[in-house]
Write a protein that binds this ligand. Structure first.
Ligand code: ATP
Ligand code: MG
Length: 171
């Protein structure tokens, strides 16, 4: 049995690792789609699809998750929600169930007769991309919310400097 999990992962945080670990208890293989893969260099989507693939690859290796059990691929957005499921299935290995808490994702797959599961959230007040990005802007202890390997990638790409620069106002 193969499942699909989609997240923008801006950036990868420990909530993503938990949901991947939990979902891997239910499926043999997990297809992990990096959503809005074409977006980058904005405050809500600071990192490129490639940078996020690097973060997730390193983090899943750090947590000793068997690499034969997952596939990581970029999923670009499309303009038409009504065509989105076909777009996703065109790009992904076959899967029989979607794991997502996003209600639009749930609705679109349900209409395509693909079942979904709403996975539980872990420590959501801290393990949230929005919270990690907020702390990065404020130099406020974001490091403990992400895997060590993600800290390393963010250093390599000067990620904190990037997001803080994006936040500067023209004067
Ligand atoms: P953002 O605040 O930028 O939207 P996010 O933390 O919601 O970031 P996404 O990249 O939007 O993360 O990923 C969405 C998916 O990741 C969710 O549908 C959910 O399945 C999973 N996820 C995110 N945070 C957690 C968490 N704390 N516990 C479990 N799953 C999580
Ligand atoms: Mg989200």
């Amino acid at each position: 049995k193969r499942g699909l999990l989609i997240g923008r992962m801006q950036p990868v945080h420990k909530g993503h690792i938990s949901v991947i670990q939990e979902t891997l208890k239910e499926v043999d293989e997990l297809v992990i789609g990096i959503g809005s893969a074409e977006k980058s260099h904005t405050l809500s989507n600071p990192f490129t699809g490639g940078e996020r693939i690097l973060m997730l690859t390193k983090a899943l290796r750090e947590y000793n998750i068997d690499p034969s059990r997952y596939y990581i691929l970029p999923l670009e957005d499309i303009a038409c929600n009504s065509l989105w499921v076909g777009h996703v299935t065109m790009l992904t290995p076959p899967f029989c169930r979607v794991y997502s808490g996003n209600s639009l994702v749930q609705q679109l797959f349900q209409e395509a007769n693909i079942p979904y599961t709403q996975p539980p959230l872990f420590n959501r007040t801290e393990y949230s991309g929005t919270e990690v990005r907020r702390r990065m802007l404020n130099n406020d202890n974001w490091e403990k919310l992400v895997p060590n390997s993600v800290i390393k990638v963010l250093k390599e790409i000067n990620g904190i400097q990037r997001i803080q620069k994006l936040n500067q106002k023209e004067i």
